[in-house]
Design a protein around this ligand. Structure first.
Ligand code: FAD
Length: 522
């Protein structure tokens, strides 16, 4: 599982991979005589707590779980493995919200990142004067929101769901309705503290150790463990207007979205706009509505069902925008909105508006999560598929996948479809996106029962096959591949650089092995 062009590297890596694979069934004895050894547990409860993830599609038990109290502890563990004659795999686990076991570590050590922050208020620090905040990599975005909001400030770029760790989302990208405007979360980082695969603690930024900074952001945990991120802050509104517009037609729906994301930074609307996303709307009960539990009143859902029947559709589309709406700007925003709505082509009369606090809006998904927890539906398998599809092929994707392969099987979870601007992504970072100025993110976020899991997995496979056969140059977001060829295809021209950086920062291939990029299949 090696780069074709690097013959000398090949035998070097082979040696270590073979050593790793044959030697990690038990950890070296000496480890337990060190101080960090007291923070390693291999009781059944600890092992089972990290064996699966939100996807609930895989089970993989590590040899042990490490509960660090400082980044120094993590550096110690990695350094031990790196310098040992039989190194072992190590994987940081944030909040375990991956889908395909990406944070697992079969027979190696899983680092329980959240124990870094336990009982420590000093892991989140807001600098109001400098408009930035330092956050431990193990912290949840919901805690970032609370800490920053106390000062009237907030991050520029969020995820829809905030119970994810900072290190976990910065390892994949971190996208939501702010991405078109501010870029993904990885475009909004000033500085990082990283512990590399040799156990070295390194501070990096755009100007200092730049290659590590760019490698780690979107780097799927391959180059180092993020223990601190410094992110810029901006003033946030107290209140927002949250608007949904209904469409029956994909052409009008995508045209309006593309028009909105092209709003120039100098235009007044740009300042008010806080979010833009799009979704499919289906009547699918609790599971489908977990992202924003009760936005549409019951009467409106009936109106929507009539509209769907009238047009013989299996789903409607809705465009969702949020604008700042504090009292002092409300009149101006209303005026601006009126002009905007005049220009858009949603179904006349199908505009739905709510006024909520900004914090309520940002934490909108959590309500639905709590309801699903109560009914046991949060813990079911989640065969999610996230793709980036270039704008030029979005209509083909809609016809072939949303209307075709998924047909009337779109229920059982939200389906997101919204555009973003390539110029807001940094091409030097590890994250991979399509090579087109505007591309869509497609989130097929379904929940399965044991009865329909196989069918959903089969549909996901067909979707990928369809895109490949039709020549749609898509990229997977939070990619899951199991062969070298597929990873090479995913990284494209960045593959060689990816391997060079891996050799530099994790030369023994210790970190995050379950991504299956660098290691043999585990
Ligand atoms: P884990 O699942 O614990 O880890 C993910 C990967 O990152 C693993 O490879 C792990 O080894 C590595 N890793 C973890 N911590 C670190 C660290 N400190 N340093 C280096 N590597 C690390 N994503 C979005 O972009 N936008 C969304 O709106 C969004 N919504 C979601 C909603 C739900 C309900 C779920 C389940 C997921 C959502 N995601 C979203 C996906 C989520 O961002 C990723 O799965 C993310 O990696 C999960 O973070 P985590 O803390 O749970 O990480």
């Amino acid at each position: 599982y090696l780069p074709r062009t690097r013959v000398s590297t090949k035998s070097f890596i082979s040696l270590f991979i073979t050593t790793l694979l044959t030697s990690t069934l038990s950890l070296p004895e000496e480890l337990f005589s060190l101080e960090i050894g007291t923070k390693i547990r291999s009781d059944k409860q600890s092992l089972m707590s990290v064996a699966s993830d939100f996807g609930n599609l895989t089970k993989s038990t590590p040899a042990a779980v490490f509960y660090p109290s400082s980044s120094h502890d993590i550096a110690g563990l990695i350094h031990f493995s790196y310098t040992h004659s039989t190194p072992f795999f190590i994987s940081p686990r944030g909040h375990g919200h991956s889908i395909n076991g990406q944070a697992s570590c079969s027979d190696g050590v899983v680092i329980h990142m959240e124990s870094l922050g336990q009982g420590r208020a000093d892991r989140i620090n807001v600098s109001v004067a400098n408009r930035y905040m330092d956050i431990g990599g193990e912290q949840l975005w919901i805690d970032v929101l609370s800490a920053a909001h106390a000062h009237g400030l907030g991050a520029n770029s969020w995820t829809d769901y905030l119970h994810l760790t900072v290190g976990g989302t910065l390892s994949v990208g971190g996208i939501s309705g702010q991405t078109f405007q501010h870029g993904p979360q990885i475009s909004n980082v000033l500085e990082l503290d990283v512990i590399t695969g040799t156990g070295q603690q390194v501070t990096c930024s755009k100007t200092h150790n730049q290659d590590l900074f760019n490698a780690v952001l979107g780097g799927l945990g391959q180059f180092g463990i993020i223990t601190r991120a410094r992110i810029p802050l901006s003033p946030t509104p107290e209140k927002v207007k949250w608007i949904r517009l209904i469409y029956t037609n994909i052409v009008a729906f995508t045209r309006d979205q593309e028009c909105l994301i092209s709003v120039d930074e100098n235009e007044r609307l740009f300042g008010f706009l806080k979010y833009l996303e799009g979704s499919l709307l289906m009547d699918q009960g609790l599971i489908g509505s977990w992202r924003s539990s009760s936005f549409f009143p019951k009467n409106d859902m009936e109106k929507m069902a009539q509209l769907t029947a009238k047009h013989s559709l299996t789903a409607l589309y809705y465009l969702e925008v949020v604008v700042a709406y504090d009292e002092d700007i409300a009149a101006e925003v209303d005026q601006e909105l009126e002009l905007l709505l005049d220009d858009l082509s949603f179904v006349p009369g199908f505009v739905f508006t709510r006024e909520v606090t900004y914090v309520e809006f940002l934490d909108r998904v959590h309500d639905g999560e709590l309801k699903l927890h109560k009914t046991g539906q949060w813990q079911v398998p989640h065969p999610w598929l996230n793709l980036f599809v270039p704008k030029s092929r979005i209509l083909d994707f809609d016809a072939g996948v949303l209307k075709g392969i998924l047909g009337s099987d779109k229920a059982n979870g939200p389906i997101l479809i919204y555009p973003m601007n390539k110029k807001k992504w940094n091409s030097k970072m590890s994250a991979i996106i399509p090579d087109e100025e505007v591309f869509y993110t497609i989130g097929i976020l379904r929940s399965a029962t044991n009865d329909d899991l196989e069918k959903m997995l089969e549909q996901n496979k067909k979707i990928l096959e369809f895109c490949t056969m039709e020549g749609i140059p898509f990229k997977q977001y939070m990619p899951h591949y199991t062969t070298k060829e597929a990873w090479m295809e995913h990284f494209g021209p960045k593959w060689d650089k990816f391997l060079d950086l891996k050799m530099k920062y994790d030369p023994k291939g210790i970190l995050s092995p379950a991504q299956k990029i660098y290691t043999f299949l585990l």
